[in-house]
Structure formats: structure tokens, C-alpha cells
Design a protein around this ligand. Sequence first.
Ligand SMILES: *Cc1c(COP(=O)(O)O)cnc(C)c1O
Length: 246
Amino acid sequence: MQDSALHHLSVIKSRMANACQASGRPPGTVRLLLATKTVPAARIRNVLSAGELLIGENKVQEIRDKFVELQSVPHETHFIGHLQTNKIRDVLKYNVSCIQSVDRPDLAGKLHQRLVFENKKMDVFIQVNTSFEDSKFGVSPDKAIALARDISRFDTLQIKGLMTIGVFSTVENKVRNCYKLLKSIQADIRSENIPGVDVSELSMGMSNDLEIAIEEGATIVRIGTAIFGERIYPDRYYWNESLPVR
Ligand SMILES: *Cc1c(COP(=O)(O)O)cnc(C)c1O
């Protein structure tokens, strides 16, 4: 039987295309990242084989578990979860091309140390907490410029953009404000003209709100549920392990 994810993928693609058109953006200016936490490698392969290229994982252990099975299908992996410093060595083992969730100076510093040791470089996004919720990781908006400066001093780390998880709300304006805030932080960082810092990418928007994110300037939307279906683990488990799992 055909994986329902393939049908859902085409729905997402047309939602993305419609949103681009509605906001006067050329189609193809927004990339789809498949948020694949909890999804078995076989299902990810189905979607990659349909022409998708970009996946995002939240846990190093899941990247490791799926690594071999995904090796033969062309794709790129971004890390989008909370990265503990004791997992840095591991995350560098699996061809992750970008860490979208750099949110604190000590993480950047330790990543740099390890990358120097391995003689590697890494693309990074700065994750910003635009919803001001304790349950979300990310640097607070007022510290984003300082973090960009800190990271820019590390020649192993190439800043490519900003990432945020919007607030979960049925009130459209609350969601929109998160994405507007990320866009304004992008402008603030640009106006600082920090050498080597390029924040062109805005990774924002998920299954429920990708249209809003695209209207507000997303260049990458991260979609899980709307393609692969509901997950059994609550997102809390992935987003902030220090909080009790509900
Ligand atoms: C799970 C996850 C997503 C995708 O969320 P859905 O609502 O399932 O589309 C996007 N970004 C991050 C960081 C995630 O952990």
C-alpha cells in the first residue's frame, strides 16, 4: 500500500506554493524540511525518494539509528533539536550539514573547539525564543545580536540564518507576531554588519502555520505531522527535557 505521507506531501507542496503566490514570492524561495522525529527510516526514504532532500532531526540518537538506512538516498540532514554539549561529538559523526538550534554562547564555543579538533566547519542558525515561553529553547530576542557576534568569532561556524518555533495558538496574530519578531531580528543583525554573518535564512513555520510563516518571510518551513501523521510522544519531550512530560 502506498504510504499516505506521499499524498500528504503533495498537499503540503501546494499549500507552500499557494502561500508563496499569495505573498507575491516566487515559488521555490521556500524550502521544505521534513521534521522526521519518531518517523522510521523506511517512511523517510519513501518521501526522500519522491524528490525531497532535506530532513531535520531533534535527537542525535535518532540520527544515528536511521543513518545506515538513509545512506543510499540523497539527502541533507539538519539538526533542529536542543543540543546538549555532551552530544556534540556524536552529532558530528553523522554528516549533519547544519545545526539550526544554536542558542547559547557556551554551545557555540564547545562546537567550535570540537570542529577545530576534527578540522571541520559547520553551518549554523541561531535559534530565537520568539514566543517567550519557558517550554521553548532559543536565545531571548534581546540577546540575539550578542550571540551572533560571539558565533562570528569562531571561524569553524558559519551563520546562515535564524530559526524559531512559533507559539501554539489558534489566535493567528500571536503566531504571526513570533514570525514578525524573527524577521525584525534578522534586520537588526544585518544592520550591525558583523563580518562573516549572513542571516538570509529564516527557518520558521510548521504544519499548522506554514502559510503565516511564508507570508512573514520564511525560507525554510519544517513540517512533520502534516506529512507523517501524529506522533506518539508529546513535543515537550523533544523541546525541553527539563520539564515534566505531559
Ligand atoms: C516537530 C518539529 C517540527 C514539526 O512540527 P509539526 O507540527 O509536526 O509540523 C518543526 N520544528 C521543530 C523544531 C520540531 O521539533
